[in-house]
Design a protein around this ligand. Structure first.
Ligand SMILES: C[S@@+](CC[C@H](N)C(=O)[O-])C[C@H]1O[C@@H](n2cnc3c(N)ncnc32)[C@H](O)[C@@H]1O
Ligand code: SF4
Length: 400
């Protein structure tokens, strides 16, 4: 007798870090060209320091392993900047120094312009198993407005190259709300992204950072600032389109098929421990948050001098930790437990359609996700994060 084949859908990964999990974030602060909206720690005129920088990351990692600060990583995330700007052997020299569990997730952020089959094949052979592509838009005039260098066709080529080498676990980053982007443009972007059958999509509301070309244009009045209502509509359109294609939200700006959630990001949202390697990298260990010197030159100098690259640290007191836990957890599908002190406010927010019940807790509805800041502030004010809150944590909806 034959048994009918059954397929069990992969389970959603939990937002609670498993005991013993440890992430490693490696910052690669180099880009070919700076996009008009981007305020990240990245430089376009430092090609001369790249080899020294890679050496410094390797040395930094060796020291931390020797000091027993870094045993077995469950996730490694190369972020930027544009990590894929490094040649593949250089990136793998860094990765080779990270002791990691057999099933560790290893992500590399890539600009679609900087990858081909040969580079991705070398990544895959060296242990990279997840890619994140900066797509932003599938409309050429929106890409131009954002100051991007690639064309939509480059995205298709990059995704084809990933699949050709067996890298099926990838993310597409999208941005909505640029000047001149109509609702139809955004739908074309979503349709174009979904046509590539991605297992994971991040969609961010464009934020206007003062120290960027976009920020200066907005300050000078030559470009209008992103419009809240337009971005709210685009968020709803994205959520419906992505959910319709089988990608459920698991954090305000992140959607995935079950089992394709980014483990590294889940770890950071759950206040897990992670080590920061490279210029401007942040770390979190046992309730202490620290950050490295910002420029690649200073990072290389510090490491050459045998010094720690850390520029500062803060001990997170129990109040701050509890508040941050609520802020971060509320942004996720896992939501937050209902605190007895905040019962009345939680019920009011649930009746108003911002929260919905989830077991013994609550999570944001789609409407609630659009107003996540306000919901968070109200829950904090009601005492949902003990001890008493300061209302100091505001994270704009739909941003990184
Ligand atoms: C380090 S980049 C991704 C990799 C690569 N550097 C690239 O852009 O192709 C990280 C992502 O942050 C997002 N991002 C950066 N600045 C942003 C802003 N001001 N508003 C919204 N999203 C932003 C973009 O979606 C970008 O893909
Ligand atoms: S969005 Fe990516 S490619 Fe553009 S400047 Fe920022 S880090 Fe570099």
């Amino acid at each position: 007798m034959t048994t009918p084949a059954t397929s069990t859908p992969p389970a959603r990964r939990s937002s609670t870090p498993e005991p013993g999990t440890l992430g490693v974030y490696v910052h690669i602060p180099f880009c070919a060209q700076r996009c008009d909206y981007c305020d990240f720690a990245t430089w376009t005129d430092r090609a001369w320091i790249i080899d020294d920088y890679v050496d410094a990351c390797v040395t930094d990692l060796r020291r931390r392993v020797a000091a027993d600060e870094l045993t077995s990583a469950s996730s490694v995330f190369f972020g930027g900047g544009t990590p894929s700007l490094l040649d593949a052997p250089s990136l793998l020299r860094i990765l080779d120094e990270v002791p990691r569990s057999v099933d560790a997730e290893v992500t590399v952020e890539c600009n679609p312009d900087t990858v081909d089959v040969a580079k991705l094949a070398t990544y895959a052979a060296g242990g990279v198993n997840r890619l994140s592509f900066g797509v932003q838009s599938m409309r050429p005039h929106v890409l131009a407005e954002l100051g991007r260098t690639h064309q939509p066709a480059n995205v298709t080529r990059a995704v084809d190259a990933a699949r050709a080498v067996g890298l099926e676990h990838f993310n597409l980053d999208l941005i909505y709300g640029a000047t001149g982007e109509t609702l139809d443009d955004w739908r074309v972007t979503l349709d174009g992204a979904l046509a590539l059958d991605p297992p994971h999509v991040s969609a961010y509301a464009l934020t206007c950072e003062p120290a960027t070309p976009l920020g200066r244009r907005v300050a000078a009045g030559t470009t209008p600032p992103p419009d809240d209502d337009d971005q709210a509509t685009k968020y709803e359109v994205a959520d419906a389109a992505l959910a319709g294609a089988g990608l459920d939200w698991y954090e305000i700006s992140n959607w995935s098929r079950a089992g394709h959630e980014c483990r590294h990001n889940l770890l950071t949202w759950a206040q897990g421990d992670y080590v920061g390697i490279g210029a401007a990298a942040h770390a979190h260990r046992h309730g202490v948050r620290s950050w490295n010197v910002r420029t690649p030159e200073r990072y290389v100098e510090r490491i050459h001098a045998g010094a720690a690259p850390e520029a500062g640290r803060e001990h997170l007191d129990p109040v701050t930790r509890a508040e941050e836990r609520l802020v971060l957890a509320l942004r996720t599908r896992g939501g937050v437990p209902v605190h007895p002190d905040a019962m009345t406010e939680t019920e009011t927010l649930t009746r108003a359609g911002f929260l919905t019940r989830r077991g013994d807790g609550v999570r944001l509805t789609r409407r609630g996700r659009l107003l996540a800041n306000d919901v968070t502030v109200r829950l904090l004010a009601a005492g949902a994060a003990q001890p008493a809150p300061t209302l100091s944590h505001r994270i704009p909806v739909g941003t990184r």
